[in-house]
Every structure is written in structure tokens, then in C-alpha cells.
Write a new protein. Sequence first.
Length: 533
Amino acid sequence: MNRFAELLDRLVMMPSRNGKLTLLTDYFRSVEDPDRGLGLAAITGDLNIAAVKPAMLRTLVMERMDPVLFGYSYDYVGDLAETVSLVWPDAPAHLKPNRHLTLGETVAALQAASRSDGPKVLARLLDNAGISARYAIIKLVTGGLRIGVSARLAKQALADFGKVDVSEIEELWHGLSPPYAELFAWLEGKADKPVKSAKALFRPVMLSNPVGDGDLEKLDPADYAAEWKWDGIRVQAVSEGGVRRLYSRTGDDISGAFPDLVDAMNFDGVLDGELLVGDPLKATGTFSELQQRLNRKAVSAKIREQYPVFVRCYDILQEGAEDRRALPFIERRGHLEAFVAALDPSRFDLSPLAPFANWAALEEMRRHPPHPVIEGVMLKRRDSPYLAGRPKGPWFKWKRDPHTVDAVLMYAQRGHGKRSSFYSDYTFGVWTGPEGAEELVPVGKAYFGFTDEELRQIDKFVRDNTIERFGPVRSVRADRSHGLVLEIAFEGLNRSTRHKSGVAMRFPRISRLRWDKPTHEADRIETLQALLD
């Protein structure tokens, strides 16, 4: 358990991607089974501990210390797992075991616990662990590690460890289960590659590169086909041997949130496309409407009826038993057109090609797309096979320029992990109301887009200008004569009945600190309403 705890500590403090990969591969190399596999499952989110819920932690710690003191401690530290691990009282020395439990023993104890004795089991484990091990145990039961490692990065570390291509890991992944003994045996050269016996496995997706300065000048427009880039989520619809699954582009199985779509996957093949809300025969909804169904394990009949979904198909990876990925794009496109024509038109449609004469004409199309849910164009080389990863050259994405608005900082909240000592999550607003009685109304929240130095500058401003405190949140002085103006970039805007302002931003981020701009010159709500109209 201590080695897993050390891994988490080091990953949290490691800023670089390559450094995290090295830490993970060293862990896989030095830790024995089943601990390394269970550690991998915890990192990828595939470790299930059903008997212990995060709410139990607060109850347990309140039984051991003054609730007010715990509240102050949590406010200062900013992370529940770190706070509990620090304030949890040590067990008397004579009650501590002679040796520390392994990760496998810890997970086995937690998974064997019933819902009723789960708190007792958790308390006993925390009593007998040190601070770092307590932190790791709490992260296991809450399920949110927050260590800056995605499932994709963990799979890349496996590939580096076994000196194989990451696409091989991804194609096997959904046919494996923790603690992945057969996977590690193959990667170490001790056994054959696991057989892909499971049906409807994920295929690694092909990704695009953004169009950079000078990129198009080197390319011949005749070599490329263009498609509209729709504002949904990239998905892979896989149906094989009666097994149907819907995957996100990172390989997460999201079938549970879209059973109505899965029911319509009455084909044998693998389709790549964009998941959108609405009806392709009538109207395509916004991303905010799609969010009503994302990240749910199950959805009600009312939600399914209110927010129907469909896939706008981009590509075909497999047709029956035939793997189409090695074919040129334009040949795959012919197979895709025939394939989609036989599917339910309310659930699957074809992404139309967008003819263009030259790059200037395409840029004009990019700037003025025919539908508000389009966020740019895609360029696909006509002779390109479907390659896993992000190869340079075959596919490009050319997104619309982001919208910007000048807003005023209103609230700041402590961050998590490395940012737990900084106020790094910012709520901002714009002006509303008649002249002489203007007030700020919140329109969004951002927590990235700034440098480390700018984070320190904003944090100091927040501390120097706090007027009220609400737990980890501070209200900052913001009026017509005083405050901090932030230039906010965002991809789109939707109407919202949940927000007082009536608007919701898509991917807001801080693009510039406007120390030079007085707050009364920040934008008004009418500016955003005009974008909606």
C-alpha cells in the first residue's frame, strides 16, 4: 500500500507528461501482481468499491474531531482526502499491526465489506495507516484521484513498459479486467498476447491536428476533402455478434447513458462519428442540451424523449468481418454512404462533404458556417488510411475563432491538488440594469487559460480584495470603480433557465488579464444576448 501511496504523491507533484510516464512505468516494473494491476485500475477508474461512499468519510472524521475545527481545516487545505489524511488520529502504538497491508489486501478488505460494515472497515484501515497511505486509501474509495493522469496516459505508460504500440493496448482493454495479470505477463514477454475474445471492443481513433500558420500553403486543396466540424462529442458505435457498445473517443463505455441509441445499432460493424442531440431530419440541438445526458449511468424515459440523440457518421472502421481502416479515406467514404443508407435515419445520418475551390473559399466557409452548432471544418486527405493517434498531415481541424468578452471577477474558490493553496477557480460577470443602477450578473466560471505567474497575481488580488467568505469561496470587491477585468474566450453560447443571466458559456477560459481596463468598461449582458440572437 505504501508503494501505491508513494506513486500518488509523486504523480501529484510531477508537472511533466514524460515524468509521469516514467513514474508509472517504474511502478509497473517494480511492483508485483496483483498490486500493480490494482493500482492501474484505480488510475483508469476501473476499480469498483461499492460498500464505501465519500459521504461516510465526513461522518467518520466528525466522530473523531470537532466539526468546526474540521471545517476550518478543510477550508484551508482545500482537498477532502488530504484534509482527512492529515487530521485523522493515529491509533495507539500497541494496537498497530506488525506490518503494513498491501494494496491487494486493502482492496480485498474494502470490496468484501458490506454496506453496513463498510465504515468500520474503512476506519480500521485508516487507523493502521500512515498519512500518505491514508490519503491513498481515501482516494481509492472516493474514486477521484486528481493526480493529472488520464486513462489514456496510463495506457501509454503500459505501452512504454512493454515496448508495444498503445493502439494494441486500447484494442485489448475492454476485454480485460483488474488486476490484468495476463496483460502484464504479455508485456513482460512471459506469455502470448491476450486473445481478443470479447465482442464489440474499442478501436483506437484517428485524431486531427489544428491548422497552424503556414500549414495550408504547403498543401494542395485538391488532395483534401472537407467536412463540417459539429459541436457534439466524438463517439464510436460498435456492434458485433449481438454485442453493442457506444464508446467515447478515449475508449470509455458510455452505452448506459444512451440506451435508445444502442437499441438502434442493428448492424454489424464499427462507425466513427459525432454524437448530437435532436433529430437529423428536423433540427440539431446544442451541446448544452446534449450535456443533459452526458455522464449519467442511466437516463429516464422523460430525458430520452426530451433529448433524443443521433450519430452523424464520419467514417467506417469495420463492415461485417471486413476491416476497412487500411483503405483510403475516399474509398471508406463510399462504403460509409452505402452502410448508413440502411440504418434508422432518426438515429444515424451521414456527415456531408463541404465542397470548396481553394483555401480562401474554405476560410470564408469556416468563418460563416451554415448552422450554429458547427464549430469549424475538418480537412481529410483523400488517400489517407485510418491511422490510430494523431499523425501529422492526413487530418486537420480548422475551428472558428473563439468569441471574447470582458467580464469582472466576482468570486474565487480554492483549487484542488497542486492548486489547493491558491484561489484558482473564478466566477465572473457582466453588467446588467439601467444606467445608474447597474449590477454584475454571473455569466460563467473559468479555471484555466492563465500562467503560473498570473495565477499568483490573481490569488493576491483575491486575498487583498475579499469582502465575504463562504467556506472555500471568497466574494471579491467588484463595483463600477474597483475590480479586476478578465478577457474571457469561449467557443459558444446557449440559453439557460438555470442561470440568473439566462446564458451558459461553452468552454470559457481566461485569455488575458485586463489590469489596464476599468471595471465600468466591461461588457454588458446585451453583448451576450446579441450573440444568441
